[in-house]
Design a binder for this molecule. Structure first.
Ligand SMILES: Cc1cc2nc3c(=O)[nH]c(=O)nc-3n(C[C@H](O)[C@H](O)[C@H](O)COP(=O)(O)OP(=O)(O)OC[C@H]3O[C@@H](n4cnc5c(N)ncnc54)[C@H](O)[C@@H]3O)c2cc1C
Ligand SMILES: *[C@@H]1O[C@H](CO)[C@@H](O)[C@H](O)[C@H]1NC(C)=O
Ligand SMILES: *[C@@H]1O[C@H](CO)[C@@H](O)[C@H](O)[C@H]1NC(C)=O
Ligand SMILES: *[C@@H]1O[C@H](CO)[C@@H](O)[C@H](O)[C@H]1NC(C)=O
Ligand SMILES: *[C@@H]1O[C@H](CO)[C@@H](O)[C@H](O)[C@H]1NC(C)=O
Ligand SMILES: *[C@@H]1O[C@H](CO)[C@@H](O)[C@H](O)[C@H]1NC(C)=O
Ligand SMILES: *[C@@H]1O[C@H](CO)[C@@H](O)[C@H](O)[C@H]1NC(C)=O
Ligand SMILES: CC(=O)N[C@H]1CO[C@H](CO)[C@@H](O)[C@@H]1O
Length: 599
């Protein structure tokens, strides 16, 4: 289920919906549980119109008096106000089919209080079957099938869960430019960004105002949702650090149902956690106010190196690797020059290729880019690597068109039901001396020769703005970041096959990398792109920030209203009764470990 635009009411409810005497469903007389608050300012910026529509204590009192809605008043009330909700937070969350699951009339009352804002979840593939959601619809089904791996259909699965209530923030699309924003010591241009805004949308708005913002490469990623709260790496990281470092304030619905500002002085601990400590955990962000940065020019470079496809120009493996090693050794020089790249090394049927999808040379002209990369291209020439696709250096005076040509039009293949992902952050120390570099290089060669998927970034966000937030120290130490995945399996693979693939990515593929880049020596994994079964997730995803994040989670959400896989506090929960898939799934009842299913 998902709720439209205004949804404050729901938060007190998420952890457990409890039974009440069955009410007569004459819900038409129920007034929506909302009011427009007079305050129009928060964190010295405008409250969005939708943010001014709130649940207040007066509204809760009115519900208690309503002849029909009073039956669920306890559930709607704020968490601290001595209500009599019969909850037991040491047990399982209520699940469809339970005696405690709300009756239809309770859902109807709730829906009326939400001004008809509840949306029943319909499986995305339902048009492919005759089902309770309707008859089979061949045209719609074909659309779902053909677009199944496109990002518009689905993401990484951190925001799903059987029997849960989800909050749909997609339509909070407001973007407000604040040309002279002043708050808590910041003075300058800023954006107020609603929770439904995507990266491409904010990039276009920034361009229109002649500024840049810190965002990532996938056009459809939610900016204030997963991206800013999870850390956020960006092609501008060399100049300004991590996406989270740009946040000046958030508006947040906390687990008790209250609506708060989180900033340096308002709930500073919550603010700290919401900048890098992972999304979906501490509260529901409705908007963020973010710093903006000056416009920048970019030189974009693309090329593919390897045996020519027609077989007329060949290079030996050893020469290929010699040139590739020069590229790896160049990372510190390249990150010192504020640049960022994302490229692949493929080993397909024994043929090696280096596919530089995009070298994003921020603040560089083609001339300065050529000077910066001279050592590498000299090696390419010396070792005779053919260009499978020619070198293309294109200069852009501003960020947006460079981004659009680099990644903005990509259809990133998502929803891959055919492999499991994983990633690793490689610390600067691996480039620090020849012994470390040798160890790193051997691991690279082994990974490539084993035919592992390898999507590599050179980037070193560091902490140029000297921000104290929850971004993991592994990110601050990083010189490189790569993504990988298991061997592909069939879409209809058995649980055994999937379990083997999940084991493969977590053990065979990633363990050698963990061994050489342990968290204790500055390594780690990025929580926003992590494997759901990353074994040392507490250290690897959160590093030295973990203990403080646990305290903040307990303070703001002692009821565990919010849950996401690998999120802080998720170790206290397990999924029960899900069909075995060989990998952690969300297709079952969420239970406190050791908790009872019914009370
Ligand atoms: C193709 C691709 C490219 C990517 N490139 C980059 C990149 O360049 N840099 C980078 O840093 N990351 C990148 N990512 C990772 C991306 O940052 C994460 O997938 C991110 O979590 C997506 O956030 P979302 O809100 O769009 O997704 P969702 O799946 O909607 O949400 C992810 C999590 O955030 C929570 N959440 C969403 N909205 C809110 C909210 N308003 N308040 C509280 N919690 C919320 C959800 O509950 C869920 O737990 C990429 C991902 C993909 C698939
Ligand atoms: C609720 O009902 C009581 C008793 O009828 C009344 O005194 C009170 O003003 C009502 N409160 C609201 C918010 O309507
Ligand atoms: C909650 O459930 C736990 C485990 O079943 C039980 O030990 C505890 O007494 C219950 N608490 C309340 C307040 O019911
Ligand atoms: C190029 O092709 C030759 C002949 O098939 C092969 O031996 C060599 O390993 C290939 N080089 C690379 C870098 O893949
Ligand atoms: C070089 O890349 C740019 C940006 O993608 C593209 O517009 C241009 O057509 C390319 N040039 C060649 C010769 O391929
Ligand atoms: C690299 O090594 C030097 C000394 O050998 C040390 O001072 C420095 O901190 C190291 N840098 C990193 C990033 O580990
Ligand atoms: C998987 O699908 C293929 C065809 O796409 C079929 O041949 C095979 O039998 C299926 N396997 C299982 C286990 O269903
Ligand atoms: C009716 C009532 O007790 N309201 C209180 C609920 O809790 C908030 C925050 O703790 C108070 O501000 C209200 O006065």
């Amino acid at each position: 289920m998902a709720l439209r635009h205004w949804f404050w009411v729901v938060f007190a409810l998420l952890s457990c919906l409890c039974p009440t005497a069955s009410a007569q469903p004459s819900t038409s007389a129920i007034s929506p549980a909302r009011t427009t608050v007079p305050e129009a300012v928060a964190a010295n910026g405008p409250l969005l119109e939708s943010e001014r529509i709130q649940l207040t204590d007066a509204i809760v009192d009115r519900i208690k008096n309503d002849s029909v809605a009073s039956s669920i008043a306890d559930l709607v009330a704020f968490e601290h106000n001595g209500t009599t909700v019969k909850r037991n937070f040491t047990n399982c969350k209520t699940f469809p089919g339970d005696v405690l699951w709300p009756s239809q009339s309770e859902w109807d009352i709730f829906n009326a209080l939400l001004d008809d804002g509840l949306i029943l979840t319909v499986p995305v593939t339902s048009p492919c079957y005759d089902s309770k959601w309707g008859p089979k619809d061949v045209a719609k089904c074909n659309h779902v099938v053909s677009d199944f791996t496109k990002y518009a259909i689905h993401y990484l699965g951190k925001s799903t869960g059987a029997g849960s209530v989800a909050i749909w923030t997609h339509n909070i699309k407001d973007i407000i430019f604040l040309p002279e924003y002043e708050f808590e010591g910041y003075s300058g241009k800023a954006f107020k960004v609603g929770a439904g805004v995507t990266l491409t949308e904010i990039y276009h708005a920034a361009s229109a105002h002649g500024v840049t913002v810190l965002g990532g490469i996938c056009p459809s990623v939610g900016y204030t949702g997963g991206y800013l709260q999870g850390g956020g790496h960006t092609p501008l990281s060399g100049l300004h650090g991590m996406g989270s470092d740009a946040v000046l304030a958030y508006q947040v619905v906390t687990a008790d149902g209250r609506y708060v500002t989180a900033s340096k002085t308002f709930h500073p601990d919550l603010f700290w956690a919401l900048r890098g400590g992972g999304p979906g955990t501490y509260g529901i962000v409705t908007s963020a106010i973010v710093k903006v940065y000056p416009e920048t020019d970019v030189t974009l470079s693309t090329y593919v190196l390897g045996n020519s496809t027609d077989g007329t120009q060949l290079v030996s493996r050893s020469d290929f690797f010699k040139a590739l090693r020069v590229l790896w050794e160049s990372f510190p020089t390249w990150t010192d020059a504020n640049t960022y790249s994302f490229f692949f090394v493929f080993n397909t049927n024994g043929q090696l290729t280096l596919d530089m999808r995009n070298f994003f040379a921020v603040g560089h002209t083609p001339e300065s880019y050529t000077a910066l990369t001279k050592r590498f291209f000299d090696a390419v020439k010396e070792y005779g690597l053919p260009f499978q696709k020619p070198l293309n250096n294109t200069y852009y005076p501003t960020f947006l068109p460079a981004y659009m040509d680099a990644w903005g039009k990509n259809n990133f293949p998502l929803g891959l039901a055919t492999s499991f992902p994983g990633n690793r952050l490689i610390p600067k120390s691996m480039w620090n001396n020849s012994d470390n570099l040798e160890v790193l290089w051997k691991t690279v060669v082994t990974h490539v020769e084993a035919g592992r998927h390898f999507g590599i970034y050179h980037q070193a966000p560091g902490n140029p703005q000297n921000v104290d937030n929850a971004v993991s120290s592994a990110w601050r130490n990083a010189q490189s970041f790569f993504i990988t995945k298991s061997t592909n399996f069939a879409e209809n693979a058995s649980a055994e096959v999937m379990a083997e693939a999940n084991r493969e990515v977590n053990k065979d593929i990633l363990q050698p990398w963990r061994d050489i880049t342990p968290a204790s020596e500055g390594g780690g994994s990025y929580l926003n792109e992590a494997n759901v079964d990353e074994p040392n997730w507490k250290e690897d995803l959160y590093g030295d920030k973990y203990a403080r994040l646990v305290e903040i989670k307990r303070k703001y959400d002692p009821w565990s209203v919010f849950y996401a896989t690998t999120a802080i506090g998720s170790d206290e929960w397990e999924i029960r009764g899900a069909p075995i898939k060989g990998v952690t799934t969300q297709n079952g009842r969420l239970c406190r470990i050791g908790g009872h299913e019914r009370i």
